[in-house]
Design a binder for this molecule. Structure first.
Ligand SMILES: Nc1ncnc2c1ncn2[C@@H]1O[C@H](COP(=O)(O)OP(=O)(O)OP(=O)(O)O)[C@@H](O)[C@H]1O
Length: 305
């Protein structure tokens, strides 16, 4: 089966509110696609429609080229963790997975494999009700992996986790994509996806704001800005402006230079005998890129209201 999710013109209304509004995007194999937007943007609603848990008012969502409801062995086509607390608290971890495996015709062997994959072997015979949030997330992920599916979806998997848990999930997402799977992971905090997402689908109020590669987004947000320090800021600004750069003064003795490469800045300042240090090419963080990306949408909303 093809490892992909295709969402086309998806729309969902709850009463007067449009939760998802004409949404179109594709989740490709071999990539972690971050699904980002503020609380209430429509991420969970979209994921529920992909899994056939909610019926769209318009549009289609296909998993591996087929609607979820037509999949013969859904757990082998797409694994999902939408809500880590959706496990009966009285049920032991291994029994929960055994029941899932049995009802989907999967071998017992898979249960022990996924318990090992998420590091829950030693807690396998403990009741889920006594699990920490991090352990519940791991159990939810184990259930998603049970059918060895080519497509995976996780709704806010790192929400509330400690740094160790976040690092573990990041590594897992990367390795799942590295195996060629299509991975969709939602978050309302862009920074959470730093280091794990290859691609981003950004939504706001149910509508698509951006569908972009992380590398392209960061390159665009970083611009060609270079930062440096000099005790002779006035002279440096004159020299660099003459060389065609746009220069702005930052805190203390720093300058931000746009429009000239680091090599040409070094040549210009050295040629003019202006001393400088700490020259670095500016790299935007994902959070900064996100702010820039959503600024237009926010301004547009402010104007409209
Ligand atoms: N079952 C429902 N009945 C009524 N309104 C709903 C229902 N589910 C979602 N909504 C509304 O649809 C909008 C989108 O909600 P959704 O949960 O999909 O957003 P989200 O991006 O996942 O947010 P969060 O990050 O808070 O989980 C919200 O305004 C929400 O109140």
């Amino acid at each position: 089966m093809e490892a992909s999710i295709e969402v086309r013109g998806l729309r969902k209304r709850y009463g007067p509110a449009l939760a998802v509004d004409d949404l179109t995007f594709t989740v490709r194999p071999g990539q972690v696609t971050g699904f980002v937007g503020p609380n209430g943007a429509g991420k969970s609603t979209t994921m529920r429609m992909i899994l056939g848990l909610d019926r769209p008012d318009a549009g289609t969502a296909l998993v591996g080229g087929r609607p979820y409801r037509t999949l013969r062995t859904p757990l082998c086509a797409v694994g999902a963790m939408l809500d880590a607390s959706a496990v009966h608290p009285g049920r032991k971890a291994r029994d929960h997975l055994l029941w899932l495996a049995h009802s989907n015709g999967l071998p017992v062997r898979r249960v022990d494999e996924v318990l090992a994959a998420v590091g829950l072997e030693s807690a396998a015979r403990r009741r889920a009700g006594g699990f920490s949030l991090g352990m519940r997330q791991r159990l939810g992920i184990a259930a998603a992996l049970l059918g060895d599916p080519p497509v995976l979806m996780f709704d806010e998997p790192v929400n509330g986790l400690d740094p160790e848990g976040i690092a573990w999930i990041r590594g897992l997402l990367r390795s799942l994509a590295g195996e060629g799977r299509a991975v969709l992971v939602s978050s309302h905090l862009m920074g959470e996806l730093e280091g794990s997402a290859d691609h981003l689908v950004v939504i706001g109020r149910g509508r698509l704001i951006a569908d972009t590669g992380v590398r392209e987004l960061l390159a665009a947000a970083s611009g060609d800005r270079v930062e440096l320090r000099t005790g002779r800021r006035g002279e440096a600004m004159t020299v660099l402006s003459r060389a065609g750069a746009t220069v702005s003064a930052g805190a203390r003795d720093t300058l931000t230079v746009a429009g000239l490469s680091a090599e040409r800045i070094i040549a210009a300042l050295t040629g003019a005998g202006v001393e400088f240090s700490g020259i670095t090419e500016h790299r935007a963080t994902l959070e900064e890129a996100y702010m820039e990306l959503t600024r237009d949408a926010v301004e547009h909303r402010a104007e409209a209201s």
